[in-house]
Ligand binder design. Structure first.
Ligand SMILES: Nc1ncnc2c1ncn2[C@@H]1O[C@H](COP(=O)(O)OP(=O)(O)OP(=O)(O)O)[C@@H](O)[C@H]1O
Length: 580
């Protein structure tokens, strides 16, 4: 028997059966000639290879690989032309040239192209001749369907009871056929009358059918399908599972997606159910998603999570504002404690609920001379934002920078204006607050501290990357075409890992009025994890990168890599950022 590898890793399939058959059939074959014939047949290498190919195809059926190019024969021709002149110069080139010219290779590549271009659908058969005279307006459609869904939804007309095609999914089997249209009335499927059937029953008939399906339809009035529509992409700001959606007209036609997924909108024709596909997905068939308007209405009817009160992890009174970081993120560290010294003034830690559904996006790659995108770090207090920022600044001080805060407190002897702080009068500080000059500001022991918009601009204009640590509610103000912020959420690891990694670390306790650094307590860890969860629920849709700060060097490398990508690679950003 040829030494062929068995389908290891797959479930026992045809190949294994083929190997076992000769011995199993042996007792049932009386004639020795038949026995030899069967023995030889089952041992044929070609048969084994065929079965292997079958098993591979079964495997690919589930993994659905997509071709990189669909005209590899053209590519081979070009390569051969290039190689022809150089065959004398190099043995390897000569060998490759001959290999590409072999008929087997050419056939293999041609088969590749046929499969890649999906041009293997059989020709549709001619219309049946036994059509009745009074059926001129009836159309007989014969579709050859494989395992993919039919790609259309149907509905029952409330008044007439007729079964109508409700929508055709863009790129699906029905759409590609070009034969079925919205509004067509379905009369028969595979010879079965559908008049008195419920849409679910018809869907079942369709789902079970493979190969040729014959439809008898009365064509509806054709709508003009707009062509050359510009491509519209949106970022999903919520998770969606059609299987959990009671309102969707056909669960199987729905498209599941996660918060942050990029969706290409293929049709907004139906104001309640848009058609979309996941960006980068090779499957051309659209799926149904709730339209922006519909989803907004549904969210508005639900009680928004954002307005729910925060569950405290401890009954002990904490001076931290609503569980968020005590330090005002943008401050320089105080010289004595090496820590930020003031609290955030704003008490609106949680925005009143924005209805978040989809955001229209487009690709953006920073032109080499353009200003850098603002890098914003957010996370619960004590998670390590200052530590990560410090590491970035040390790693490349000419490239990364942080803002210098303003303060109304008096300058101390050893301090210089514009180094530790910009020192301004209380009166001027208040005027600047009034004129919205601060991204964040706060008050500590009667003095104001704040970070101005101009201090960010000043760094960006020097062609440096500005690293900003802010409270999450500030993100909204920063999301402008000018700053194009890249938002990184730093989240804590598990409580066990916090205990292990933060053994020697210190945090400024919100319960300690002196503001001195103390070792982390269990309560600090719980509060950090709890706050991170709330932040993720409320602001998760704005985060472009989430880093778990477990081991500090790993977290730092991850951050560094993400920032390199932001500088050099294409990212999805809100459309409004590119129309300035
Ligand atoms: N991955 C880590 N492993 C061990 N210690 C860490 C890690 N990340 C941060 N730390 C330490 O935890 C302490 C708090 O970190 P850091 O000051 O950066 O927090 P923060 O997020 O800026 O919070 P705050 O704004 O309240 O100061 C520091 O002592 C820091 O060195």
């Amino acid at each position: 028997m040829p030494a062929l590898a068995s389908g290891a890793g797959h479930e026992p399939g045809l190949y294994e059966l083929l190997e076992a058959l000769p011995s199993q059939l042996h007792p049932h074959v009386c004639c020795p000639e038949d026995s030899t014939f069967l023995q030889n047949m089952f041992e044929k290498r070609n048969l084994h290879l065929l079965v292997k190919i079958y098993e591979r195809l079964q495997h690919f059926n589930t993994s659905k690989p997509a071709p990189i190019v669909d005209r590899v024969t053209d590519l081979t021709q070009e390569v051969s032309q290039e190689l022809e002149a150089k065959t004398v110069a190099c043995v390897d080139i000569n060998e490759l040239f001959k290999l590409l010219a072999k008929p087997h290779m050419k056939s293999l590549l041609s088969v590749h192209d046929t499969v890649a271009q999906k041009s293997y659908d059989p020709e549709l058969p001619l219309l049946p001749e036994d059509m009745e005279d009074n059926e001129e307006s009836v159309k007989i459609i014969r579709l050859v369907k494989n395992k993919e869904p039919f790609g259309a939804t149907i509905r029952c007309d409330e008044q007439t009871g007729a079964i109508l095609v409700a929508r055709i999914m863009r790129g699906g089997a029905a759409d590609r056929s070009g034969l079925i249209h919205v509004g067509d009335e379905l009369k028969e499927v595979n010879g079965i009358l559908v008049d008195n059937k419920k849409p679910e029953e018809i869907i079942n008939i369709l789902a079970r059918s493979e190969g040729a399906i014959t439809f008898k339809v009365i064509p509806g009035i054709k709508e003009d399908t707009p062509s050359n529509e510009p491509k519209v992409f949106v970022k999903a700001l919520f998770d969606y599972d059609p299987m959990e959606d009671k309102a969707i007209p056909c669960k199987e036609a729905g498209l599941a997606f996660k918060k942050g997924s990029i969706l290409q909108i293929l049709s907004k024709h139906d104001t309640t159910w848009w058609q979309a596909k996941l960006e980068g997905n090779a499957n051309p068939c659209a799926g149904l998603i709730p339209s922006k308007h519909f989803q907004e209405r549904r969210f508005a009817l639900q009680r928004p999570v954002a307005t729910q009160p925060i569950t405290r992890t401890s009954s002990r009174r904490s001076s931290r504002t609503d569980g968020f970081r005590r330090s005002f993120r943008l401050s320089r560290k105080d010289r004595k404690t090496n820590k930020s010294m003031y609290e955030c003034k704003k008490s609106e830690m949680y925005d009143t609920a924005d209805v978040i559904t989809y955001e229209e996006v487009t690709t953006y790659c920073r032109p080499s001379r353009a200003k850098h995108r603002l890098v914003v770090l957010v996370g619960p207090t004590g998670v390590g934002l200052n530590e990560l920022r410090r590491k970035l600044l040390i790693s490349d001080p000419h490239h990364f920078s942080m803002t210098i805060p303003h303060t109304s407190r008096a300058k101390r002897n050893q301090e210089s204006d514009g180094v530790e702080y910009h020192f301004i009068s209380k009166h001027l500080f208040e005027a600047d607050i009034h004129n919205n000059k601060f991204i964040e500001y706060g008050e500590y022991k009667g003095n104001y501290y704040g970070t101005s918009v101009d201090s960010i601009r000043s760094i960006l204009s020097k062609n440096k990357v500005c690293i900003l640590n802010v409270q999450p509610h500030t993100i909204k103000q920063l999301r402008t075409a000018e700053f194009k912020p890249f938002i990184v959420f730093v989240k804590p690891p598990t409580i066990e890992r916090l205990r292990e990694t933060r053994k020697n670390a210190k945090i400024i306790s919100g319960k300690d009025e002196s503001g001195s650094a103390k070792p982390f307590t269990e309560e600090d860890f719980h509060e950090m994890i709890n706050t991170a969860q709330i932040m993720e629920t409320q602001y998760g849709h704005l985060f472009e990168k989430v880093i778990v700060n477990d081991d500090i060097s790993t977290a730092f490398s991850e951050l560094r890599l993400a920032l390199q990508k932001v500088e050099n690679e294409t990212h999805w950003v809100p459309v409004s950022w590119t129309h300035s």
